[in-house]
Design a protein around this ligand. Structure first.
Ligand SMILES: Nc1ncnc2c1ncn2[C@@H]1O[C@H](COP(=O)(O)OP(=O)(O)OP(=O)(O)O)[C@@H](O)[C@H]1O
Length: 324
């Protein structure tokens, strides 16, 4: 009994997805992914961020077995995606960016068919729950072609969940959807995670990743440049800024202040001081004293922390070889 418990614990801490030394060069010779190593933890929400064309969809397509890697291995929930495709694919639900649904079928027939495709026994109660959770139950007999764009999107999610996958990929789930659907979707994602589903999403809405993800991966020009716990990433790379609104505008920063990392706003009305939020000594007290000595008065001051978006932009734009 003790041994079985230990084995279960070891198993549940093993990554649910393991991407090892994966390269992808498309037929035309373009190398879309370079030496990707990535482990996804069981039960986490992992956000994959990157500029357009960075390789996010390619990586998802490789893990789902839709596109073949040029080299490297991918294991999904214990199954090699190439050698054991059917078993590996059955663990994955994919909500793609684009609609490829059977326009003439009803919602119910579509999700039922999807479940059957993965060899799962029929389970009307489960499918009903999925449709109800996605506010699709009333539309179950409607033909997909008659649904609005948002409803079609909900069908895509229902289809991806029909075979009870342990891993769910959402490729740009929020692109072009209204606020209500976005909120429904995030509520559903949180519920699924609470039930043990692992969720991997790509998004251009960085505040969404900031809000939802446990870990963040940043991909740029086919390379995975950062994989980090969201909180650690924000702590390690986050900066704080103190903005002082001046009582009298300045035309330049006085020479006596040149040692300070200060930036004067274009209109000369504000001084911005950037500092490392992790340091015990922020330097603010010294700065304010020095400003006083120079007769610089301010009427307001406020501080802000860098957002994940600030960090993301600095990561994808900093010169190669300077990543930590
Ligand atoms: N079938 C293909 N043949 C050749 N090149 C391709 C193919 N599919 C994608 N690419 C190229 O690979 C690169 C990565 O594309 P991918 O769609 O993975 O990026 P992405 O990060 O998902 O971008 P977006 O955010 O715009 O969706 C791009 O330069 C793209 O043009």
């Amino acid at each position: 009994m003790k041994t079985a418990t230990a084995a279960m614990t070891a198993n549940s801490s093993a990554p649910i997805i393991s991407v090892c030394g994966v390269n992808k060069t498309y037929a035309g010779g373009f190398q879309a992914l370079k030496k990707i190593d990535l482990d996804i933890k069981r039960g986490e929400i992992f956000a994959l961020l990157g500029p357009n064309g960075a390789g996010k969809t390619t990586l998802i397509s490789l893990i789902c077995g839709i596109v073949k890697a040029t080299s490297g291995t991918i294991i999904a929930d214990g199954h090699d995606i190439m050698r054991d495709y059917r078993a590996a694919r059955a663990t994955i639900g994919l909500v793609p960016q684009e609609l490829h649904t059977d326009a003439f079928e009803s919602v119910w027939a579509t999700v039922k068919f999807s479940r059957g495709l993965f060899g799962k026994a029929p389970d009307a109660a489960y499918l009903e729950k999925v449709l109800r959770d996605l506010s699709l139950w009333d539309k179950r007999n409607a033909k997909i072609m008659t649904l609005s764009g948002g409803m079609k999107r909900r069908v895509l999610i229902a289809k991806a969940l029909a075979h009870e996958p342990t891993i769910l990929f959402l490729d740009e789930p929020s692109a072009g959807v209204d606020v209500e659907l976005r909120h429904d979707m995030w509520r559903m994602v949180r519920t699924l995670r609470a039930q043990g589903t692992t969720i991997i999403l790509t998004t251009h809405y960085i505040e969404e990743a900031e809000d939802m993800a446990d870990r963040i991966g940043v991909i740029s020009k086919g390379e995975l440049i950062v994989v980090e716990d969201k909180a650690v990433l924000m702590r390690k790379l986050g900066k704080k800024q103190l903005t002082l609104t001046l009582r009298r505008p300045m035309t330049g920063i006085p020479a006596g202040l040149s040692a300070w990392p200060l930036v004067l706003s274009d209109d000369g009305h504000a001084l911005v001081y950037s500092f490392d939020a992790q340091e015990d000594e922020t330097g603010i007290a010294d700065l304010l004293r020095t400003l006083g000595e120079h007769g610089i008065e301010f009427k307001d001051l406020r501080s802000r922390e860098s957002s994940l978006e600030d960090i993301f932009v600095s990561l994808v734009h900093r010169p190669k070889g300077t990543q930590e």
